[in-house]
Design a protein around this ligand. Structure first.
Ligand SMILES: Cc1ncc(COP(=O)(O)O)c(C=O)c1O
Length: 380
């Protein structure tokens, strides 16, 4: 059997990782400024994380949601405390798309409405409703097409308010990333997020904060939406939550009430996933990783802004987009193949940095030096 060939891949086989360093099968070392797409939050092979998962696996790895799993309660308490939302409720699932799917569904159950407001350049995942709320027709299959999703211009509070004035009573939920990731690292302004909160309150719609990529401490606050000083009704999270172990969740305001059978999943919240997610939160808390994300992120952003060739530096903390002119589109590949530094990209010419939250200043400097060398070469 062959693999279903859907991923464009680099000819590199990674066999080992430690912190923000990874090694290939030839023993070559790389700096990971990509975190496997924002997933590696506390560094590769983190000791506490490996021990927590191993210990749990030696006891029991999985049993279904038909029994008590105290680890889920522990995880909910820790998450409530670190995210500053102790009165919220946690539903655990397995991926970012599934988290968004459940959030959209929950909102619709609660207010009985169908319309979802999403925004230009949004990415919310590849399952049915999540992909329908994603602004990329190429990945929406005919079966996923629906008139229930409306796309409004990202960042345009006036367009949002006009839409609500006409159709507000039909809107079930508004879903928005605090910082658009796949869309190219675009920060939602405070006033835009505040306007979403106001419209949802005025018309009985629910505010869903997609924190799958921008959440979990990456920006220096637990949720990127926190910068706007607003509470969402539902926060969705995944990527950094398990540092590579597939675990996701939605944090749900007390105003939304559950009933048995409303949501469900076989694997969600299993013992191993909870052990992984708890270890991540403990590392974030014990080693002040949100503070580190903010400090090292601010340093990177201010240094990157000094390069005259860079069109724009966007983002917050360790979620950074570097917009380059088209003739410098090769820099991302040069970083990887000439300097052994992994970064991400957003089309057409944005380099995305999504490293572990415990990235050191030394590794940030390794990246800056390589980036500077490559940019200087383009001047010659
Ligand atoms: C903002 C956002 N939401 C949802 C998803 C989907 O997450 P997953 O790939 O875990 O389904 C992603 C993935 O990149 C994302 O960036």
């Amino acid at each position: 059997m062959e693999l279903f060939d859907v991923y464009p891949i680099n000819d590199i086989e990674i066999v080992k990782g430690q912190g923000s360093l990874i090694w290939d099968n030839n023993g070559e070392q790389y700096v990971d400024m990509y975190g496997g797409h924002a997933v590696i939050s506390i560094g590769h092979s983190n000791t506490h994380y490996v021990q927590s998962i191993s210990n749990q696996l030696n006891k029991i790895g999985f049993y279904s949601n038909s029994i008590k799993i105290p680890l889920q309660v522990q995880l909910a308490q820790k998450l409530g405390q670190i995210s500053g939302r102790e009165d919220y409720q946690l539903f655990l699932c397995n991926s970012g798309a599934e988290a968004n799917e459940n959030a959209l569904k929950l909102a619709s159950f609660a207010n009985g409405r169908k319309i979802i407001v999403s925004f230009t350049k949004a990415f919310h995942g590849r399952t049915s409703l999540a992909v329908a709320a994603t602004d990329n027709p190429k990945i929406i299959a005919p079966v996923n097409q629906t008139n229930n999703v409306v796309f409004l211009p990202f960042g345009d509070a006036v367009a949002l308010e006009n839409y609500f004035a006409q159709n507000g009573k039909q809107v079930s939920s508004v879903i928005v990333e605090g910082i658009q990731g796949v869309g190219g690292i675009h920060v939602a302004s405070d006033t835009f997020l505040q306007s979403i909160r106001n419209m949802c309150d005025a018309y009985g719609a629910y505010f869903i904060a997609d924190s799958v990529q921008c959440g979990y401490g990456r920006t220096g606050k637990f949720y990127a939406h926190d910068y706007a000083g607003v509470d969402a009704d539902i926060y969705t999270m995944a990527k950094g939550m398990g540092n590579g172990f597939p675990v996701a969740g939605i944090s749900i305001s007390p105003k939304l009430k559950p009933w048995h059978g409303m949501l469900g999943t076989t694997f969600g919240g299993n013992h191993l996933a909870c052990a992984a997610a708890l270890a991540v939160l403990e590392e974030i808390e014990n080693h002040h990783l949100m503070q580190n994300a903010s400090t090292i992120g601010n340093y990177l952003i201010s240094e990157l802004k000094k390069f005259p060739q860079v069109i724009e530096v966007r983002g917050r903390g360790l979620m950074i987009g570097i917009a380059l002119p088209p003739e410098l589109a090769h820099i991302k590949n040069d970083l990887l193949f000439k300097h052994h530094i992994f970064t991400g990209e957003a089309k057409p010419n944005v380099i995305r940095l999504l490293p572990a939250l415990n990235l050191t200043q030394a590794h940030a400097d390794t990246f800056l030096t390589a980036f500077s060398t490559l940019l200087n070469q383009t001047l010659k």
